[in-house]
Write a protein that binds this ligand. Sequence first.
Ligand code: AMP
Length: 203
Amino acid sequence: MKKIFLAISKGRIMEEALALLKKNEIECNISPNDSRKLIFRTNYENLQIIIVRASDVPLYIESGKVDLGIVGKDTLLESNVDNYFFLKDLKIASCKLVVAGKKDKKLASNMKIATKYPSLTQDFFLSKGIPCSVLKLYGSMELAAVLNLSDAIVDLVDTGKTLKENGLEEICLIDNISSHLIVNKSSYKLKKNQIDKLVNRIS
Ligand code: AMP
């Protein structure tokens, strides 16, 4: 039986993905929450779990060094990697990707948008025929809108509490987001039976 490597995005997705796997009786031998290890053996056949930064998951999958990935749709939309098949919407870490700004702000030409998703932001505004400039930030997008560093932001919204507590509002929805299970195209050809069995197990 061949080894199967599954990369899981760190943070919120990892918490929910590990809980989903546990519900299906798949567990790491050591809890990733209590360890600095990066690769974890599991109690399921030859499955090994790797914990990586969300934005790095597509690259590991494209390289084929990792077979499977659990990654947010936002990260997939932003990445230009396409050497993978979509296997399943796991419906975890669900949230919305939105344009947000100060009260009564509307979409307008030549807006400056702060985001950690420059590529999908450009694509979205282009699809609306609205030119914009993008300011790439790495955290706390909301602050950019509050301090008028940008006219609006593109970010994930879950409960809406962060927007509300900072006096911001959703301007428009870009997409509904959840975590997807993806597979490297060659891995799927080489290990199809093993991978199908694992995918069927995760419900
Ligand atoms: P909330 O206040 O519940 O709307 O959460 C908004 C904050 O959490 C923002 O800073 C988002 O970037 C972040 N966030 C919301 N949902 C997710 C998610 N599914 N994955 C990662 N970050 C998220």
